[in-house]
Design a protein around this ligand. Sequence first.
Ligand SMILES: Nc1ncnc2c1ncn2[C@@H]1O[C@H](COP(=O)(O)OP(=O)(O)OP(=O)(O)O)[C@@H](O)[C@H]1O
Ligand SMILES: [Mg+2]
Length: 269
Amino acid sequence: MHVIAVASQKGGVGKTTISLNLGLALGRAGNRALILELDAQGSLGLSLGLADRARPGVAELLTGAERLESVLLRTREPELQVLTVGRVDPTTVAGFEDALARGPVLPSVLARLSPDFDIVVVDCPAGLGKVTTRALEVATHALLPLQAEPLALRSIGQLLAVIDRVRAEKNPQLSLLGMVLSMFDRQASASLDVAETLWTKFPDGIILDTVIPRDEAFLEASLRGAPLLLMQKRPPPLARVFDQLANDVLVRLDPTSPDDDDGPISLLL
Ligand SMILES: Nc1ncnc2c1ncn2[C@@H]1O[C@H](COP(=O)(O)OP(=O)(O)OP(=O)(O)O)[C@@H](O)[C@H]1O
Ligand SMILES: [Mg+2]
């Protein structure tokens, strides 16, 4: 089972949006996918239209109040399930984070999920705190959204340093799946400058080909509690960007997939 930690140092760069829409696209592509929310803010549940702290989830697994089978949420997409953060009391977030970061619950939950899922997409909280570090310790891959704006470039070094440290001390199998440029605005010169710097200064292969554009439709989708693809019966063309991202991710998870051996296919039979 691949475990992809979606992490960033900066807040509000699109981690939850990417986790949700990527998880759905992976499920639609036939992968048994789970979106796992580790952010006490609970934005994933809110983005799915769940009332604040409505459902038990990770928090209840930590206290032992619920069993894993009863907190997994099934979705309209048969291959996709969701595990939200649960009812974290805003006054005890530090306790929740400590329990998540120190205890054995997270690795043991992942071990129990392993026979039933191909890919787990982990929506991390913002920053390089203990929960993100813990997610990286149990992940197989890190996916780093980078907001296409100048401050984003400054935070990359620190995040890469944390990944290196986790790999050296706790999780040698952790690999960098790549960075994905998000909220890209091709009409803003600052956004274009950041994209150009990333594409020219970083080693080949670190930046994923898929770019997530800045678009009002994302705000509308999170307000209405739906992934972009399910916003209306005929999804906006923008939703296809996540099929492309899922494809990018799948090729990197399995570099021996047939995509590598790509030749022309005859139209005529
Ligand atoms: N590509 C985009 N274009 C426009 N708005 C976006 C885009 N991606 C996300 N947003 C909006 O930006 C806000 C922050 O996005 P999101 O919650 O996904 O970021 P995050 O990195 O998970 O934030 P946090 O660090 O708080 O967890 C949300 O209101 C979301 O709807
Ligand atoms: Mg988030």
